[in-house]
Every structure is written in C-alpha cells, then in structure tokens.
Design a protein around this ligand. Structure first.
Ligand code: PGA
Length: 250
C-alpha cells in the first residue's frame, strides 16, 4: 500500500550507546502520525533498536543489507532469515555504496530480493545514476535496467513488498540535492516503468522515496511532489532534531 515513509540509513556510523541515545531522542520527539519511520542501524544494534520501537506502530526497522546466500559457510554474512527472526520489517537492498564498494550486480540483487521476500521482509530497493550516466543522457535507461533486472521477475503480489528509493549517486553525501523537478521527473518515470509492467494498481500503490542530501531545508519541497512519497536519509538521520524535522515536513 502506498504510504509516506522516511528511512534513516545510519550506515557504518554509530556505536551502541550513540545508536540507543539516538533512537531514544527520535522516539521522544515523535507522536503517533501517518508517516512510517524506518530506522536502519548497523547489524550490531538492530535487535536492541527494534525492541525499543516494538510498541510504536509508526516506527519500523530495517537492515542495511542481507546476504545473497540462504544459509551456511559464509563467514561474516547475515541472512534474510536471521533479520526476519529479530522481528525486523524491512531490508535496504542495492544501495549505491554496496553496488560500488562490494560489487553488487543487478543479478546479485535479484537473489537478495528473492531471499528477502521469501523470508517475509519488505525491501527498500535503491536505484540511481552517476553523474556520468546523467551527462551522457543514459540515466533513464540505467535506472530502468536496475529495476527490470532485479525486480521484474516478481509476481504482482510479491512486488507489493517493494519500496523504491531513487538515489542519484551524485547527490549522496555531497550536499548537492537533485532539484525538486529533477527528482519528480525520475520518480514519475519510475512509476511509469512499474505501470508498464504491472499496471495501474501496482504502480499507484508503490511508495517511491528520494535519497541524496535530503535535509530539513529541502525535504518539504521534495515531498510536496506528486510522485515523491518520502525519503531515504543518510547524514541528516544521525541527528534526532534534523531527522524528525524531515519527518514532520509532510
Ligand atoms: P545522504 O545519504 O542523505 O547522506 O546523502 C543518503 C543515502 O545514502 O541513503
């Protein structure tokens, strides 16, 4: 079901005490509301953060990744089943940092998507182009193939567990945000790609989030667009006041 969602992607930033302090502050600043808030701490704090949010229906948690393997001798990996067993609702998949630094391909992501869905995890699937792609005018095709190659084998029912996050790589952690028309153009395009494959019902119900230097100063304008249903927030999610201000931008 399409809804407004704001995700805090803490990446590899906070230690245990910092993580728990941040969750406590975020909870104290929020009241029951319509926007779904999702916190994605490191694996080491995920269990505890999830417990702290368990009684609050409007806050969920996410892992930042899962293994592409189901189970077994994969030292250092964490499986979809393990994440699900902690009561976590979502996993982020395909973040550009994972694609770039850990060589995750669209095919790897297809395997991860399948494992997430078969273990009852909803997926926040990241896609987005580099500046080179945009300058070469191939950004629409690039984003379309990311979505097609990792997601379009899913049934309609399975696709209802997907949230898309459009994150232009040139905007992530750079302080450069896509302008509101630039972001809306891509979001509308993503929805049309989903429409062409799955039809009106599925495309209208899919939440499409924007990520890339989203902050309290630009969130309101970005979120006011018809096809932007929220944000995937990195840097600004590490400060409770900034993060909550973004959430309250709806
Ligand atoms: P940023 O990161 O908000 O720091 O640009 C967004 C993300 O990588 O998800």
């Amino acid at each position: 079901m399409r809804k407004n969602i704001v995700v805090g992607n803490w990446k590899m930033n906070l230690q245990r005490k910092e993580s728990l302090d941040l969750v406590g502050k975020v909870i104290s600043l929020l009241e029951n509301q319509d926007v779904e808030v999702v916190l994605a701490p490191s694996y080491t704090c995920l269990y505890k953060v999830n417990k702290m949010c368990a009684d609050l229906s409007f806050i969920q948690t996410a892992s930042q990744n899962i293994s592409k393997n189901k189970k077994g001798a994969f030292t250092g990996e964490v499986s979809a089943e393990m994440i699900h067993s902690m009561g976590v609702k979502y996993t982020i998949l395909g973040h550009s940092e994972r694609r770039e630094y850990f060589n995750e391909s669209n095919q790897d992501l297809q395997m991860k998507v399948d494992l997430a869905i078969s273990n009852d995890l909803d997926v926040i699937f990241c896609c987005g182009e580099s500046l080179e792609h945009r300058d070469a005018g191939i950004h629409f095709d690039w984003i379309k193939s990311q979505i097609e190659e990792s997601l379009f084998h899913l049934s309609e029912d399975e696709f209802s567990k997907i949230v898309i996050a459009y994150e232009p790589i040139w905007a992530i952690g750079t302080g450069v945000t896509a302008s509101s028309p630039q972001a809306e153009e891509i979001h509308a395009f993503i929805r049309s790609v989903i429409f062409d494959k799955y039809g009106m019902n599925v495309s209208a119900n899919c939440s499409v989030l924007y990520g890339g230097s989203c902050n309290p100063n630009n969130a309101k304008e970005l979120f006011s667009n018809e096809n932007i249903d929220g944000g995937l927030i990195g840097g600004a999610s590490l400060d409770a006041n900034s993060f909550v201000e973004i959430i309250k931008s709806f």
